[in-house]
Design a protein around this ligand. Structure first.
Ligand SMILES: [Zn+2]
Length: 232
């Protein structure tokens, strides 16, 4: 729906004075709160420099990887606000950033598969950030994967511990119908979607399940790539 800018300008001025909301990334007062919870300067900083990643798969199950930027600065703050502070509307713009960064990888793909949350974490967070992002990629979204057990948060774990942590943690979703499996996964190009990639252990574990289920090619697309902790 087109935004009535003069009206929005009045609303911005009123909200800015009465509520004084701050940018979810840099915390300066927002000049145009109706445009969203992140200021224009922070979005400008995020203007993506696509990062093709060549080392994404320990098992070889991932064929290509792409990320929109590094998990630092404004992008890190925006993802944090999106994921942990309930700023779910940020997924719209983050999805656009992913589409731009991943245009090569998305152009001839058949579907997007989000990395699943464990059902309990899904309930406590209220949404799966990867699914929100996948829904913005202009591809059919297939919830093909299932997290079979809760895993400890990957944050702070070394690469080896991360691999161990997610080993056997994913399977094909019991909710995926036989028909959809064959129509969308078997012999298809699948884009695996998550918010942040660190060592790639989670994406690799998911890719192995999808390859085992017959996918022809797995491409991993994330908003950001984080520096991996030491590898020993
Ligand atoms: Zn800002």
């Amino acid at each position: 729906m087109p935004v009535n800018r003069p009206l929005a300008d009045v609303a911005d001025a009123l909200i800015a004075v009465v509520l004084a909301p701050r940018c979810a990334a840099c915390a300066i007062p927002l000049e145009s709160p109706t445009r969203g919870p992140v200021c224009a300067a922070c979005w400008a900083e995020v203007a993506c420099v696509p990062r093709p990643l060549h080392d994404s798969s320990q098992s070889g199950a991932i064929d290509r990887s792409q990320s929109a930027g590094r998990y630092e600065g404004a992008l890190r703050h925006i993802i944090h606000a999106f994921k942990y502070e309930g700023r779910r509307t940020l997924g719209v713009r983050l999805g656009a950033v992913m589409r731009q960064a991943g245009s090569d990888l998305l152009s001839d793909a058949d579907c997007a598969v989000p990395v699943p949350l464990h059902p309990w974490r899904h309930v406590t967070r209220g949404f799966n950030q990867a699914a929100d992002l996948a829904s913005r990629l202009e591809l059919p979204v297939v919830h093909a994967l299932w997290r079979t057990r809760a895993t400890a948060p990957q944050t702070g774990l070394t690469a080896i511990k991360r691999r161990h942590n997610v080993r056997g943690a994913f399977s094909l979703s019991p909710l995926l119908s036989h028909r959809r499996h064959h129509a969308m996964i078997v012999n298809r190009i699948v884009v695996l979607v998550d918010d942040v990639r660190t060592t790639g252990a989670t994406l690799d574990a998911c890719a192995q399940v999808l390859k085992g289920a017959g996918a022809r090619e797995i491409r991993a697309l994330t908003v950001a790539v984080a520096e991996a902790p030491e590898t020993t």
